[in-house]
Design a protein around this ligand. Structure first.
Ligand code: FAD
Length: 415
Protein backbone atom coordinates (compact mmCIF):
# COMPACT_ATOMS: atom_id res chain seq x y z
CA UNK A 1 0.00 0.00 0.00
CA UNK A 2 1.17 3.54 -0.77
CA UNK A 3 2.46 5.57 2.17
CA UNK A 4 -0.08 8.26 3.22
CA UNK A 5 1.20 11.75 2.49
CA UNK A 6 0.98 15.29 3.87
CA UNK A 7 1.95 18.57 2.23
CA UNK A 8 3.11 21.28 4.62
CA UNK A 9 2.78 24.87 3.37
CA UNK A 10 5.53 26.98 4.92
CA UNK A 11 9.08 25.96 5.82
CA UNK A 12 9.59 28.10 8.92
CA UNK A 13 10.24 26.61 12.33
CA UNK A 14 6.61 25.48 12.71
CA UNK A 15 6.31 23.89 9.25
CA UNK A 16 9.68 22.15 9.44
CA UNK A 17 9.01 20.75 12.93
CA UNK A 18 5.56 19.61 11.76
CA UNK A 19 7.22 17.84 8.81
CA UNK A 20 9.61 15.96 11.12
CA UNK A 21 6.87 14.77 13.49
CA UNK A 22 4.63 13.84 10.55
CA UNK A 23 7.41 11.64 9.19
CA UNK A 24 7.67 9.97 12.58
CA UNK A 25 3.92 9.36 12.46
CA UNK A 26 4.41 7.45 9.19
CA UNK A 27 3.59 10.08 6.54
CA UNK A 28 5.53 10.95 3.41
CA UNK A 29 6.02 14.71 3.57
CA UNK A 30 6.36 17.51 1.03
CA UNK A 31 7.37 20.97 2.26
CA UNK A 32 6.31 23.88 0.04
CA UNK A 33 7.68 27.39 0.50
CA UNK A 34 7.53 30.48 -1.67
CA UNK A 35 11.04 31.41 -0.58
CA UNK A 36 14.05 29.63 0.85
CA UNK A 37 13.76 27.38 3.90
CA UNK A 38 13.60 29.37 7.14
CA UNK A 39 13.73 32.76 5.45
CA UNK A 40 10.54 34.15 7.05
CA UNK A 41 10.28 35.25 10.68
CA UNK A 42 12.33 32.20 11.62
CA UNK A 43 15.40 33.67 9.95
CA UNK A 44 16.41 36.59 12.10
CA UNK A 45 14.73 36.32 15.47
CA UNK A 46 16.60 36.53 18.78
CA UNK A 47 16.79 32.75 19.13
CA UNK A 48 15.52 32.61 22.70
CA UNK A 49 14.22 29.11 23.41
CA UNK A 50 12.17 29.55 26.53
CA UNK A 51 10.45 26.68 28.34
CA UNK A 52 9.69 29.24 31.04
CA UNK A 53 7.88 31.69 28.73
CA UNK A 54 4.50 31.77 30.52
CA UNK A 55 4.03 35.54 30.82
CA UNK A 56 2.03 36.93 27.88
CA UNK A 57 2.83 40.29 26.31
CA UNK A 58 -0.85 41.16 26.71
CA UNK A 59 -1.04 41.48 30.46
CA UNK A 60 -2.77 43.97 32.79
CA UNK A 61 -0.84 47.24 32.80
CA UNK A 62 0.44 47.04 29.23
CA UNK A 63 -2.23 49.48 27.98
CA UNK A 64 -1.04 52.10 30.42
CA UNK A 65 2.42 51.92 28.87
CA UNK A 66 1.39 51.46 25.23
CA UNK A 67 0.32 55.07 24.47
CA UNK A 68 3.74 56.31 25.64
CA UNK A 69 5.49 53.74 23.42
CA UNK A 70 3.37 54.79 20.42
CA UNK A 71 4.20 58.45 20.90
CA UNK A 72 7.94 57.79 21.27
CA UNK A 73 9.59 57.43 17.81
CA UNK A 74 12.27 55.28 19.47
CA UNK A 75 9.66 53.25 21.40
CA UNK A 76 9.11 49.49 21.01
CA UNK A 77 5.58 49.73 19.53
CA UNK A 78 4.57 51.46 16.30
CA UNK A 79 1.51 51.61 14.06
CA UNK A 80 2.13 53.01 10.57
CA UNK A 81 0.00 56.15 10.10
CA UNK A 82 -2.01 54.77 7.16
CA UNK A 83 -2.61 51.45 8.94
CA UNK A 84 -4.16 52.59 12.21
CA UNK A 85 -7.80 52.01 11.20
CA UNK A 86 -6.94 48.59 9.75
CA UNK A 87 -5.12 47.61 12.94
CA UNK A 88 -7.84 48.97 15.21
CA UNK A 89 -10.01 45.79 15.43
CA UNK A 90 -6.90 43.74 16.29
CA UNK A 91 -5.77 46.27 18.87
CA UNK A 92 -9.26 46.41 20.40
CA UNK A 93 -9.36 42.63 20.75
CA UNK A 94 -5.86 42.71 22.20
CA UNK A 95 -6.97 45.18 24.88
CA UNK A 96 -9.64 42.67 25.91
CA UNK A 97 -7.02 39.91 26.10
CA UNK A 98 -4.96 41.94 28.53
CA UNK A 99 -7.43 41.46 31.39
CA UNK A 100 -6.27 39.21 34.23
CA UNK A 101 -8.54 36.27 33.50
CA UNK A 102 -7.71 36.24 29.77
CA UNK A 103 -3.99 36.65 30.51
CA UNK A 104 -4.12 33.63 32.83
CA UNK A 105 -5.72 31.57 30.04
CA UNK A 106 -2.99 32.68 27.63
CA UNK A 107 -0.36 31.82 30.23
CA UNK A 108 -1.72 28.24 30.48
CA UNK A 109 -1.67 27.90 26.68
CA UNK A 110 1.92 29.19 26.57
CA UNK A 111 2.99 26.69 29.23
CA UNK A 112 1.45 23.83 27.22
CA UNK A 113 3.46 24.82 24.13
CA UNK A 114 6.74 25.98 25.65
CA UNK A 115 7.51 23.84 28.69
CA UNK A 116 8.64 20.80 26.67
CA UNK A 117 10.53 22.70 23.98
CA UNK A 118 14.10 21.71 24.85
CA UNK A 119 13.18 18.01 25.15
CA UNK A 120 11.27 18.16 21.84
CA UNK A 121 14.22 19.80 20.07
CA UNK A 122 16.54 17.19 21.59
CA UNK A 123 14.34 14.41 20.24
CA UNK A 124 14.23 15.91 16.74
CA UNK A 125 17.97 16.59 16.50
CA UNK A 126 19.43 13.61 18.41
CA UNK A 127 22.58 12.18 16.82
CA UNK A 128 22.97 15.07 14.35
CA UNK A 129 25.17 18.19 14.40
CA UNK A 130 21.96 20.29 14.52
CA UNK A 131 21.73 19.44 18.24
CA UNK A 132 24.82 21.61 18.87
CA UNK A 133 22.90 24.71 17.74
CA UNK A 134 20.77 24.56 20.91
CA UNK A 135 22.08 25.29 24.37
CA UNK A 136 20.68 25.46 27.90
CA UNK A 137 22.28 28.86 28.40
CA UNK A 138 19.93 30.57 30.86
CA UNK A 139 18.40 33.95 29.99
CA UNK A 140 18.79 37.26 31.77
CA UNK A 141 16.11 39.98 31.95
CA UNK A 142 17.30 43.42 33.04
CA UNK A 143 15.68 46.74 33.94
CA UNK A 144 17.01 50.21 34.59
CA UNK A 145 14.54 50.43 37.52
CA UNK A 146 15.09 48.74 40.88
CA UNK A 147 13.01 45.58 41.32
CA UNK A 148 11.29 45.94 37.92
CA UNK A 149 12.97 43.11 35.97
CA UNK A 150 10.75 40.55 37.72
CA UNK A 151 7.64 42.09 36.17
CA UNK A 152 4.29 42.57 37.88
CA UNK A 153 2.94 40.54 40.78
CA UNK A 154 0.78 38.68 38.24
CA UNK A 155 3.83 37.82 36.10
CA UNK A 156 5.57 36.45 39.17
CA UNK A 157 2.45 34.47 40.10
CA UNK A 158 2.32 32.96 36.59
CA UNK A 159 5.93 31.80 36.83
CA UNK A 160 5.34 30.38 40.32
CA UNK A 161 2.17 28.58 39.19
CA UNK A 162 4.08 26.64 36.53
CA UNK A 163 7.20 26.08 38.62
CA UNK A 164 9.43 28.27 36.41
CA UNK A 165 12.73 28.74 38.19
CA UNK A 166 13.51 32.49 38.39
CA UNK A 167 16.20 34.24 40.43
CA UNK A 168 15.81 37.95 41.23
CA UNK A 169 19.12 39.84 41.01
CA UNK A 170 20.24 43.25 42.27
CA UNK A 171 22.47 45.57 40.23
CA UNK A 172 25.67 44.03 41.60
CA UNK A 173 24.61 40.49 40.75
CA UNK A 174 23.66 41.62 37.22
CA UNK A 175 27.16 43.04 36.81
CA UNK A 176 28.79 39.89 38.14
CA UNK A 177 26.78 37.74 35.74
CA UNK A 178 27.29 39.90 32.63
CA UNK A 179 30.25 42.26 33.17
CA UNK A 180 29.99 43.57 29.60
CA UNK A 181 26.70 45.35 30.41
CA UNK A 182 26.74 49.11 31.13
CA UNK A 183 26.22 49.92 34.82
CA UNK A 184 22.72 51.28 34.13
CA UNK A 185 20.75 48.24 35.19
CA UNK A 186 19.26 48.27 38.68
CA UNK A 187 17.57 44.87 38.66
CA UNK A 188 17.71 41.55 36.89
CA UNK A 189 15.90 38.24 36.63
CA UNK A 190 17.77 35.07 35.73
CA UNK A 191 15.82 32.18 34.19
CA UNK A 192 18.44 29.43 34.42
CA UNK A 193 16.33 26.74 32.68
CA UNK A 194 15.75 28.80 29.53
CA UNK A 195 17.97 28.38 26.50
CA UNK A 196 18.90 29.69 23.11
CA UNK A 197 19.82 28.71 19.61
CA UNK A 198 23.15 29.93 18.34
CA UNK A 199 21.56 30.62 14.96
CA UNK A 200 17.82 30.32 14.21
CA UNK A 201 18.26 30.14 10.42
CA UNK A 202 20.86 27.39 10.68
CA UNK A 203 18.56 25.58 13.12
CA UNK A 204 15.60 25.61 10.70
CA UNK A 205 17.67 24.63 7.66
CA UNK A 206 19.37 21.93 9.75
CA UNK A 207 16.00 20.51 10.83
CA UNK A 208 14.80 20.62 7.22
CA UNK A 209 17.99 18.76 6.25
CA UNK A 210 17.06 15.99 8.70
CA UNK A 211 13.56 15.81 7.15
CA UNK A 212 15.08 15.62 3.65
CA UNK A 213 17.52 12.92 4.76
CA UNK A 214 14.45 10.97 5.89
CA UNK A 215 12.74 11.39 2.52
CA UNK A 216 10.93 14.76 2.62
CA UNK A 217 10.52 16.56 -0.70
CA UNK A 218 11.00 20.33 -0.80
CA UNK A 219 9.13 22.34 -3.40
CA UNK A 220 9.66 26.03 -4.05
CA UNK A 221 6.56 28.01 -5.03
CA UNK A 222 3.84 30.24 -3.68
CA UNK A 223 0.59 28.52 -2.76
CA UNK A 224 -2.11 30.80 -4.18
CA UNK A 225 -5.15 28.73 -3.38
CA UNK A 226 -6.73 25.29 -3.28
CA UNK A 227 -8.68 22.95 -5.49
CA UNK A 228 -11.37 21.59 -3.21
CA UNK A 229 -13.94 18.88 -3.83
CA UNK A 230 -16.39 17.18 -1.52
CA UNK A 231 -15.27 19.14 1.55
CA UNK A 232 -11.59 18.25 1.07
CA UNK A 233 -8.52 19.86 -0.48
CA UNK A 234 -7.51 17.85 -3.56
CA UNK A 235 -4.83 20.19 -4.89
CA UNK A 236 -2.69 23.21 -4.12
CA UNK A 237 -2.61 25.96 -6.75
CA UNK A 238 1.03 26.90 -7.14
CA UNK A 239 1.81 29.46 -9.80
CA UNK A 240 -1.41 28.67 -11.64
CA UNK A 241 -0.95 24.87 -11.63
CA UNK A 242 -2.76 22.38 -9.41
CA UNK A 243 -0.52 20.01 -7.41
CA UNK A 244 -2.44 17.00 -6.05
CA UNK A 245 -2.37 16.52 -2.27
CA UNK A 246 -3.81 14.01 0.21
CA UNK A 247 -3.59 16.18 3.35
CA UNK A 248 -2.42 19.74 4.02
CA UNK A 249 -0.96 21.60 6.98
CA UNK A 250 -0.95 25.41 6.66
CA UNK A 251 2.10 26.75 8.51
CA UNK A 252 2.69 29.89 6.46
CA UNK A 253 3.34 32.18 9.42
CA UNK A 254 2.09 35.76 9.05
CA UNK A 255 0.91 35.01 5.49
CA UNK A 256 -1.52 32.31 6.66
CA UNK A 257 -4.56 34.60 6.94
CA UNK A 258 -5.47 34.55 3.24
CA UNK A 259 -4.98 30.79 2.97
CA UNK A 260 -7.08 30.18 6.11
CA UNK A 261 -9.86 32.40 4.71
CA UNK A 262 -10.01 30.23 1.59
CA UNK A 263 -10.45 27.22 3.89
CA UNK A 264 -13.42 28.68 5.74
CA UNK A 265 -11.86 30.64 8.60
CA UNK A 266 -11.53 34.43 8.82
CA UNK A 267 -8.87 34.93 11.46
CA UNK A 268 -7.65 38.25 12.90
CA UNK A 269 -4.03 37.36 12.15
CA UNK A 270 -1.72 40.39 11.90
CA UNK A 271 1.87 40.76 10.78
CA UNK A 272 3.76 42.20 13.75
CA UNK A 273 6.97 43.39 12.23
CA UNK A 274 10.25 43.16 14.10
CA UNK A 275 13.81 44.16 13.24
CA UNK A 276 17.30 43.06 14.08
CA UNK A 277 20.85 44.23 13.78
CA UNK A 278 23.61 41.65 13.86
CA UNK A 279 27.06 42.96 14.71
CA UNK A 280 29.63 40.58 13.23
CA UNK A 281 32.61 41.83 15.24
CA UNK A 282 31.20 43.64 18.29
CA UNK A 283 34.26 43.28 20.55
CA UNK A 284 31.89 42.43 23.45
CA UNK A 285 29.58 39.48 23.92
CA UNK A 286 27.16 38.54 26.71
CA UNK A 287 27.36 34.91 27.86
CA UNK A 288 23.60 34.41 27.54
CA UNK A 289 20.64 36.18 25.90
CA UNK A 290 19.85 39.43 27.71
CA UNK A 291 16.46 41.14 27.36
CA UNK A 292 16.07 44.82 28.17
CA UNK A 293 12.62 44.69 29.78
CA UNK A 294 12.00 48.47 29.74
CA UNK A 295 12.94 49.06 26.09
CA UNK A 296 11.59 45.61 25.01
CA UNK A 297 14.38 44.20 22.91
CA UNK A 298 16.61 41.16 23.18
CA UNK A 299 20.38 40.90 22.82
CA UNK A 300 21.51 37.49 21.71
CA UNK A 301 24.96 35.98 21.39
CA UNK A 302 24.95 34.20 18.00
CA UNK A 303 27.59 32.24 16.13
CA UNK A 304 27.55 35.10 13.59
CA UNK A 305 27.91 37.93 16.10
CA UNK A 306 25.85 39.90 18.59
CA UNK A 307 22.19 40.33 17.61
CA UNK A 308 19.78 42.94 18.96
CA UNK A 309 16.16 42.23 18.02
CA UNK A 310 12.86 43.86 18.82
CA UNK A 311 10.04 46.28 17.84
CA UNK A 312 6.37 45.48 17.31
CA UNK A 313 5.28 47.42 14.24
CA UNK A 314 1.85 47.18 12.62
CA UNK A 315 1.81 48.21 8.97
CA UNK A 316 0.44 45.19 7.14
CA UNK A 317 2.14 42.12 5.70
CA UNK A 318 3.47 43.88 2.61
CA UNK A 319 4.66 47.20 4.09
CA UNK A 320 8.23 48.19 3.27
CA UNK A 321 10.50 47.96 6.34
CA UNK A 322 11.24 51.23 8.13
CA UNK A 323 15.00 50.86 8.54
CA UNK A 324 15.14 53.79 10.98
CA UNK A 325 14.15 51.15 13.54
CA UNK A 326 17.55 49.52 13.16
CA UNK A 327 19.24 52.86 13.91
CA UNK A 328 17.40 52.79 17.26
CA UNK A 329 18.81 49.31 17.88
CA UNK A 330 22.33 50.58 17.11
CA UNK A 331 21.93 53.36 19.66
CA UNK A 332 20.61 50.82 22.18
CA UNK A 333 23.65 48.63 21.54
CA UNK A 334 25.97 51.56 22.34
CA UNK A 335 24.04 52.40 25.48
CA UNK A 336 23.93 48.83 26.74
CA UNK A 337 27.40 47.58 25.79
CA UNK A 338 30.11 50.21 26.39
CA UNK A 339 32.84 49.98 23.76
CA UNK A 340 30.76 47.95 21.28
CA UNK A 341 32.13 48.24 17.72
CA UNK A 342 29.47 49.00 15.11
CA UNK A 343 31.48 48.80 11.91
CA UNK A 344 30.14 45.43 10.71
CA UNK A 345 26.36 45.57 11.09
CA UNK A 346 23.76 43.76 9.01
CA UNK A 347 20.05 44.50 9.30
CA UNK A 348 16.89 42.44 8.87
CA UNK A 349 13.15 42.64 9.37
CA UNK A 350 10.50 39.93 9.59
CA UNK A 351 6.82 39.48 10.37
CA UNK A 352 5.67 37.73 13.51
CA UNK A 353 2.34 35.92 12.98
CA UNK A 354 0.18 37.40 15.77
CA UNK A 355 -3.36 36.82 16.95
CA UNK A 356 -4.93 39.33 19.31
CA UNK A 357 -5.29 36.89 22.23
CA UNK A 358 -1.60 35.92 22.06
CA UNK A 359 -2.50 32.27 21.41
CA UNK A 360 -1.72 30.45 18.14
CA UNK A 361 -4.13 28.50 15.97
CA UNK A 362 -3.85 24.73 15.81
CA UNK A 363 -6.72 22.70 14.46
CA UNK A 364 -8.71 21.45 11.50
CA UNK A 365 -9.84 23.88 8.80
CA UNK A 366 -13.62 24.37 8.97
CA UNK A 367 -14.12 23.95 5.19
CA UNK A 368 -11.85 20.96 4.56
CA UNK A 369 -11.62 17.65 6.41
CA UNK A 370 -8.04 17.06 5.32
CA UNK A 371 -6.51 20.48 6.10
CA UNK A 372 -5.11 21.75 9.39
CA UNK A 373 -3.79 25.12 10.60
CA UNK A 374 -0.59 25.59 12.63
CA UNK A 375 0.47 29.23 12.94
CA UNK A 376 0.25 32.37 15.05
CA UNK A 377 3.09 32.00 17.56
CA UNK A 378 3.83 35.74 17.59
CA UNK A 379 6.90 36.42 19.79
CA UNK A 380 7.45 32.78 20.76
CA UNK A 381 7.65 30.63 17.63
CA UNK A 382 11.20 29.40 18.20
CA UNK A 383 10.10 28.22 21.65
CA UNK A 384 6.77 26.75 20.53
CA UNK A 385 7.82 25.28 17.15
CA UNK A 386 8.71 21.71 18.08
CA UNK A 387 5.66 21.18 20.31
CA UNK A 388 3.34 22.88 17.78
CA UNK A 389 4.72 20.47 15.18
CA UNK A 390 4.17 17.46 17.41
CA UNK A 391 0.57 18.45 18.19
CA UNK A 392 -0.10 19.16 14.50
CA UNK A 393 1.17 15.70 13.56
CA UNK A 394 -1.03 14.09 16.23
CA UNK A 395 -4.09 15.92 14.83
CA UNK A 396 -3.32 14.88 11.26
CA UNK A 397 -2.72 11.27 12.30
CA UNK A 398 -5.96 11.23 14.34
CA UNK A 399 -4.04 10.28 17.47
CA UNK A 400 -4.89 11.51 20.98
CA UNK A 401 -3.23 14.89 21.65
CA UNK A 402 -0.37 14.95 24.12
CA UNK A 403 -1.69 18.35 25.33
CA UNK A 404 -5.12 19.94 25.49
CA UNK A 405 -5.51 21.79 22.18
CA UNK A 406 -8.96 23.31 22.85
CA UNK A 407 -7.44 26.75 23.56
CA UNK A 408 -5.91 26.81 20.06
CA UNK A 409 -9.19 26.26 18.18
CA UNK A 410 -9.35 28.14 14.86
CA UNK A 411 -13.07 28.65 15.55
CA UNK A 412 -12.59 30.69 18.72
CA UNK A 413 -12.93 33.97 16.76
CA UNK A 414 -16.02 32.68 14.87
CA UNK A 415 -15.85 31.04 11.42
C1 FAD B 1 12.58 40.51 15.81
C2 FAD B 1 12.01 39.16 16.23
C3 FAD B 1 12.56 38.51 17.32
C4 FAD B 1 12.02 37.29 17.74
N1 FAD B 1 12.63 36.61 18.76
C5 FAD B 1 12.14 35.41 19.14
C6 FAD B 1 12.81 34.67 20.16
O1 FAD B 1 13.83 35.07 20.70
N2 FAD B 1 12.26 33.47 20.55
C7 FAD B 1 11.10 32.99 19.98
O2 FAD B 1 10.64 31.93 20.40
N3 FAD B 1 10.51 33.63 18.94
C8 FAD B 1 10.99 34.83 18.53
N4 FAD B 1 10.38 35.51 17.51
C9 FAD B 1 9.17 34.94 16.91
C10 FAD B 1 9.49 33.87 15.90
O3 FAD B 1 10.50 34.29 15.02
C11 FAD B 1 8.23 33.51 15.11
O4 FAD B 1 7.15 33.24 15.98
C12 FAD B 1 8.46 32.24 14.27
O5 FAD B 1 9.61 32.38 13.49
C13 FAD B 1 7.26 31.96 13.39
O6 FAD B 1 7.54 30.79 12.67
P1 FAD B 1 6.58 30.26 11.53
O7 FAD B 1 7.13 28.98 11.05
O8 FAD B 1 5.16 30.28 12.03
O9 FAD B 1 6.62 31.41 10.43
P2 FAD B 1 7.81 31.81 9.36
O10 FAD B 1 9.14 31.54 9.91
O11 FAD B 1 7.50 33.19 8.92
O12 FAD B 1 7.57 30.78 8.20
C14 FAD B 1 6.47 30.85 7.33
C15 FAD B 1 6.94 30.38 5.97
O13 FAD B 1 5.80 30.29 5.11
C16 FAD B 1 6.21 30.69 3.80
N5 FAD B 1 4.99 31.11 3.10
C17 FAD B 1 4.17 32.14 3.39
N6 FAD B 1 3.15 32.19 2.52
C18 FAD B 1 3.32 31.15 1.66
C19 FAD B 1 2.57 30.69 0.55
N7 FAD B 1 1.44 31.28 0.15
N8 FAD B 1 3.05 29.63 -0.13
C20 FAD B 1 4.20 29.00 0.26
N9 FAD B 1 4.94 29.41 1.32
C21 FAD B 1 4.50 30.47 2.00
C22 FAD B 1 7.17 31.83 4.06
O14 FAD B 1 8.03 32.02 2.94
C23 FAD B 1 7.91 31.36 5.30
O15 FAD B 1 9.11 30.68 5.01
C24 FAD B 1 10.90 36.73 17.07
C25 FAD B 1 10.39 37.37 15.93
C26 FAD B 1 10.94 38.57 15.50
C27 FAD B 1 10.39 39.23 14.26
Amino acid sequence: MDQPSVTVVGAGIVGVCSALWLQRAGFAVTLVDSGGIGEGASFGNAGNISPGAVVPYLIPGIWKEAPGWLLDPEGPLAVRPGYFLKALPWLTQAVRSAGEEAALRTSRAMHALHSGTLEAYAELTRGTPVADLIELSGQLYVSEKPGAAQGSALAQRMRAQFGVEAVALDWMEVRELEPCLAPIFKSGLLLPKNGRTKNPHQLVTGLAGIAQRDGARVLRGKVEGFRTEGGAVRGLIIEGRAHPVQRVVIAAGAASRELAAQLGCRLPLEAERGYHITIADPGVMPRMPVTHTDAKFACAPMNVGLRLAGTAEFGGLHAEPDWRRTEVLKRQAQRMFPGVRLDSVSVWSGNRPSLPDGVPVLGRAPAADNAWFAFGNSHFGMSAGPVMGKLAAELVAGRPSSADVAAFSPLRFGA
